[in-house]
Design a protein around this ligand. Structure first.
Ligand code: PNS
Length: 160
């Protein structure tokens, strides 16, 4: 039984994330989508809101769970008896930072493998931060955010 951990900020989950979640769920026995509590970032949505959004969008995927963690990702992976980290790669621009993190995680724990999944072409330009910027400025984000959370995301974007 192979459990994969898909970590991230998910502030909020986008259709790009959902694409990676669905494809990971077909590839691994179990996928845990793990929201990192990053003290260096000021998120737009609380951990509880991001958990709620993720739970709504993974509805119907029986082998996917949602969780959150603080501290090191490798410690969380071990705590879950897993050894695979899934990361989505959008463009070459993601590569350097992701490569650095993968190597650091391997240095911290050589039993843990980071596997990269190429994003689907149609989401290759999409990030939560760009989506929020476009939404705040009144652009259309309907195809970028899962339908199940779109009204809540729009409501928050309008209030900031
Ligand atoms: O969605 P993001 O913000 O790009 O995800 C980054 C994340 C959460 C995967 C990364 O910041 C992380 O792993 N944080 C946990 C703390 C940690 O282990 N840091 C060292 C990583 S080399």
């Amino acid at each position: 039984m192979i459990t994969a951990i898909y970590p991230g900020s998910f502030d909020p989950v986008t259709n790009g994330h959902l694409d990676i979640i669905k494809r990971s769920a077909k590839t691994f026995d179990k996928v845990i989508v793990a929201i990192a509590q990053n003290p260096n970032k000021t998120p737009m949505f609380t951990i509880e809101e991001r958990m709620d959004f993720l739970k709504r969008v993974i509805n119907g995927l029986p082998n996917v769970e949602v969780d959150h963690f603080d501290g090191l990702l490798v410690d969380y992976v071990k705590e879950k008896d897993a050894h695979v980290i899934i990361k989505g790669l959008r463009a070459i621009s993601d590569f350097e930072y992701e490569f650095q993190m993968a190597l650091m995680n391997r240095k911290l724990d050589s039993d843990i493998e980071t596997l990269f999944m190429m994003t689907s072409y149609k989401y290759s330009f999409l990030s939560s931060s760009m989506m929020k910027e476009v939404g705040k400025l009144g652009g259309c984000i309907a195809e970028l955010v899962p339908d199940a959370i779109l009204p809540d995301v729009l409501k928050r974007l309008k209030s900031v």
